[in-house]
Design a protein around this ligand. Structure first.
Ligand code: 2NI
Ligand code: CA
Ligand code: ZN
Ligand code: ZN
Length: 468
């Protein structure tokens, strides 16, 4: 692990004494720029070197992003300052810019904008449409210097309408489903306008399609953002119903890359999407589910399986809409084909995606865990013995899934029976007889038969990352 930052560290020694000249970019530097942008800015590798004096294309765009990120002069060229910055030792995590600006970087010159709702959908009360649109604007004004004022007649910067089929802008809608809405990039006339397909059913709830959510996305286009590759972002291209409508950190970074920070002295931040190859990644809970291992973090699950080359990352709500975010523990009872998820004093039981009747239930009543225990850190059920282990701070309880009762003599100290597994466990699961314990960024493979740690790895070692 960390071989790249170490390499950069070595380079850094020379670079400060010999800053590269702008006109003479050495071959070695070109390669370094390419690698750097691939590693930290999602530049797609095509095996080819950067052409000299190229002033358009992805490399230049990524260079600009990098310069913006580090507060350098945004030249789009690998100038001396930029090269020096790239040669500095750094953390291996990408500079999480997954948002994409609209090509040509169109933007509103005046940050005080007007909007007008030209007509209303019959699907919702007018007041609900007004609120959905107003709230969608507010998401963006909360995190930027932009302000939005509603007008009721004449031309506004952003004209909003519900239209169907061909509506004379060369982008006809397509009936129910598919194309839901579109918006034009900042500019005069039709620029900034947002059109919603009247052939959709617009809602103010979890049913398809929530107007507030779609409007929040479209207004991102109206302001100059394109689609993000961050699945947690509102600017992700697909409609996913995922609880609250909120800007992710990626959306915020995107709008601020165009218009600068919010005038609010406390800079607003948004939830970040876990990066599977971030070597600082930690987990809330991990469990097997029908032979696969699933990892839980905030609003997301992750899983790596042999069928897909990439780790799958998606909202927990895609499979389990009833579950809260930020789970604390999860385990599978393989015999019963049942998964149990824990948060606070509640737990939820599922067979696959189907929630079992009567959940959530209370952990104290169901398992006989004392009421002094406010939450469970981690849980695992040993397939071979039918014993389930509940880890709470330094202690653990053992529950018998056959007798459906807590074993006598618990709690015991984790340190006594799981030597080497310290004071607090984040997550644990069992696979092929072994327990895998997660503590921060570390993961211990533990043999319950011999009570010994067999190996130590990064928590995210199950994902296919180049450096773990
Ligand atoms: C998806 C498709 C669409 C319009 C909006 C969405 C969308 C995506 C993410 C969220 C909400 C809505 C969230 N969170 O219509 C299809 C036309 N396309 C591709 C667009 O992207 N239009 O903006
Ligand atoms: Ca449609
Ligand atoms: Zn249109
Ligand atoms: Zn879109």
């Amino acid at each position: 692990m960390l071989s790249l930052p170490v390499l950069l560290l070595l380079w850094a020694v020379g670079s400060h004494s010999f800053p590269a000249a702008t006109s003479e970019i050495q071959e070695q530097d070109e390669e370094m720029v390419q690698k750097y942008l691939e590693n930290y800015y999602n530049l797609k590798s095509d095996g080819k070197q950067i052409e000299r004096r190229r002033n358009s294309g992805p490399v230049v765009e990524k260079l600009k992003q990098m310069q913006e990120f580090f507060g350098l002069e945004v030249t789009g060229k690998p100038d001396a300052e930029t090269l020096n910055k790239m040669k500095e030792p750094r953390c291996g995590v990408p500079d999480v810019a997954q948002f994409v600006l609209t090509p040509g970087n169109p933007q509103w010159k005046d940050t005080n904008l007007t909007y007008r709702i030209e007509n209303y959908t019959p699907d919702l009360p007018r007041a609900d449409v007004d609120h959905a649109i107003e709230n969608a604007f507010q998401l963006w004004s909360n995190v930027s210097p932009l302000t939005f004022t509603k007008v009721f007649e004449g031309q506004a910067d952003i004209m909003i309408s519900f239209v169907r089929g061909d509506h004379h802008d060369n982008s006809p809608f397509d009936g129910p489903g598919g194309n839901l809405a579109h918006a034009f990039q900042p500019g005069p006339g039709i620029g900034g306008d947002a059109h919603f397909d009247e052939d959709e059913r617009w809602t103010n709830n979890y049913l398809e399609y929530n107007l507030y959510r779609v409007a929040a996305h479209e207004l991102g286009h109206s302001l100059g953002l394109s689609h993000s590759t961050d699945i947690g972002a509102l600017m992700y291209p697909n409609y996913i119903f995922s609880g609250d409508v909120q800007l992710s950190q990626d959306d915020i970074s995107g709008i601020q890359a165009i218009y600068g920070p919010s005038p609010n002295p406390i800079q607003p931040t948004g939830p970040q999407t876990p990066q599977t190859c971030d070597n600082k990644l930690t987990f809330d809970a991990v469990t097997t589910i029908r032979g696969e291992v699933m990892f839980f973090k905030d609003r997301f699950y992750m899983r790596a399986n042999s069928f897909y080359p990439e780790v799958e990352l998606n909202f927990i709500s895609v499979f389990w809409p009833h579950l809260p975010n930020g789970l604390q523990a999860a385990y599978e009872v393989v015999d019963r084909d049942e998964i149990r998820f824990f948060k606070g004093n509640k737990y939820w039981a599922f067979q696959g995606m189907k929630m079992l009747h009567g959940y959530p239930k209370n952990i104290h009543r169901s398992f006989g865990i004392p009421t002094t225990v406010k939450n469970i850190d981690a849980a695992v059920s040993d397939e071979n013995t039918g014993k389930t282990y509940f880890f709470v701070a330094k202690k653990y309880w053992r529950y018998d899934e056959y007798k459906q009762s807590m074993d006598a003599g618990y709690p015991k100290m984790i340190a006594d029976d799981f030597p080497g597994i310290g004071n607090k466990v984040d997550a644990v699961f069992q696979k092929d007889g072994f327990f895998y314990f997660f503590l921060g960024t570390r993961q211990y493979k533990f043999d319950p038969k011999t009570k010994r740690i067999l190996s130590l790895q990064k928590a995210n070692s199950w994902f296919k990352c180049s450096k773990n």
